[in-house]
Design a binder for this molecule. Sequence first.
Ligand code: T1G
Length: 699
Amino acid sequence: MTTLYEVHGPVALITLSNPPVNGLGYQTRASITENLQKANDDQTIKAIVITGAGKAFSGGADIKEFGTPKALQEPNLLSVILALENSSKPVVAAIHSVCMGGGLELALGCHYRIAAPGCSVALPEVKLGLLPGAGGTQRLPRVLGVEPALNMIVSGEPVKSELLAQIPGQKLFDRMASSVESLADEAFALAQAISDTRPLPLVRSLPCKHPNGDAYFQFARNMVKGMAKNFPAPLKCVDAVEAATKQKFEEGMRQERAFFVNLMWTPESRALRHIFQAERAASKIPDVPSDTPNRQINSIAVIGAGTMGGGIAMNFLNAGIPVKLLEMKQEALERGIATIRKNYESQVKKGKLKQDKYEERMGLLSTTLRYDDLTDADLVIEAVFEELGVKEKVFTELDRVMKPGAILASNTSTLDLNKIAAFTQRPQDVVGLHFFSPANIMKLLEVVRGEKTAKDVMATVMTVAKKIRKTAVVSGVCDGFIGNRMIEQYGRQGGFLLDEGCTPAQVDKAIENFGFAMGPFRMGDLAGNDIGWAIRKRRYQEKPDMKYSKTADLLCEKGRFGQKTGAGWYDYVQGKRDAIPNQEVVAMIEAHRASLGITPRQISDEEIVQRLVYALVNEAAHILEEGIASKASDIDVVYLMGYGFPVHRGGPMLYADQVGLFNVVQAMKRFARNPLDDASFWKPAPLLARLAAEGKTFN
Ligand code: T1G
């Protein structure tokens, strides 16, 4: 049973009870119709109230059911809503906390609606590449007015119930309860007050017009086109709402249904639904039970007040958690504080942060030059120079001063976390927290699990990540963890493509047309080509047989590090970010190619995209089979949130699944035959080869 049935005098109460958010899965839908029938059959019942248990009225259709036969199994959501509308006794929806998607559509099928203040009301289907598919595009405009309804449907953003109740002429809420606590009683009172009122009001019977329909919808389409770039759903939302103003209700419903079913099968919707699940699945660690007790984290210490240390500190200040910032010298501390202030002040200037909030956050920040001041911190995060000797000094000190049970984290992005843990007597308390720059903006956090990291430390840092609004992905210990290890292969392919005949602009344009915000060369100029240069120098020592194009080194030897030097692969005008192709660089590439005796060839955009993306996929397959990542969707989350993989393609692993792993392997075999490429790299990872041979997918 996933709804509860109670009788309160002449009122029947149906309570959705399908934790965590009363998703309208098959069991719940069937249970609603059963109890609705029961109430209609009971002569003593004069009215019905429907509400949700726990932290939501309803979060909508059960996303976990999508793509399974259950999602369409009768009674589907449309049938449930029809049953509510056709109930011979009035149905009152008592709405609180979260009322979204199908949950709002269900409420719109009721005869009356009463809402508690503070409830998040939304039709977020567009964020899943869909549109409301159970009457939302036809009913919401009828109770809110066309424009507010279309705004909600196209944005998918929640609006607080009390704000919606203030819209002149709105018929979404017949009443506002004074609080969540009094909602039930006030809903019963409303139910009794209207129990004899006939005819029962139906939202479908309300008029739906817009005084300047053609002009307004043309305007709406123009506005939506910008955001809709790679997504078909937003424009379909406009079409569906326009149908509500021009067609009879049933015809409008037919059009909505057709749009919904069509969108459900688009790759874009598949990608967005995958990302929704993947982001939430990432916080689940297979061998760490979800009820593992967390350590108390009430205060943080950050070692290093540089760019990363300052950004890391801001995450915790923003979450209201006190931070003690340690540096070796006073002027370094002052520089760090000044940077934090500058960041906050620019947010205040843009109206993104209130002055009092800014001051409150700065009030949580303290500084010190002494390790002995850190003893009461529950979690310390080191963000010092990326050199093992420096880390050793820091962790030896931390081991000396930190209280037992404190968590010692390193923000290292390239060093071996197990070696860092071994600098302490408590490797079980050591973990990697790899933030991405700018640390206070980027949502991705790679949580690096050492061989000895305790399970409760893992559970605790995953909770902390959610508290500071980061999407955490667990990585094992390897060079580059997940993201940087993959991008190294992506970058290598970029170099080979130059040697074989491409210009930087051609490679960037090809992959940017695929959907990346920036190609590898524009990105190198942004991040600084000297970073990759340092890594390659290390690589030449560690892995002398690893093949690299030398072009990037030649560029760096000219001091062309990118935007920070005003010139890199491209030229830049002071204060602007436009990448201007530079003929000298192209000539340098051509001369280098000639020196290798390479005759340049025309390389198609398709080959460019495949070599860059499949390089990610093959390296990711190795990462999966080595257990560095526990699931393919984690790798998608890393690459979507940290490296700009196009959202509408769902991540490198989902994209490979949609291309078909057999086709990916076939392409890799072609690349392996190219003498100028690295044939050994293109040997499919065993996992990839097996899945392709078995016709299976990563996800
Ligand atoms: N179905 C199933 N599970 C859901 C769910 C849903 N709609 N929404 C959330 N969950 C799970 C989520 O996977 C996680 O599970 C847990 O709830 C907590 O989620 C016909 C077809 C409701 C605002 O798009 O926006 O209706 O990982 O971490 O931060 O027109 O979840 O713990 O196992 O996000 O408190 C439309 C999506 C569906 C709402 C709560 N509805 N959900 O946020 O918790 S399509 C949505 C949210 C539809 C109809 C169409 C948020 C939330 P687990 P959480 P939260």
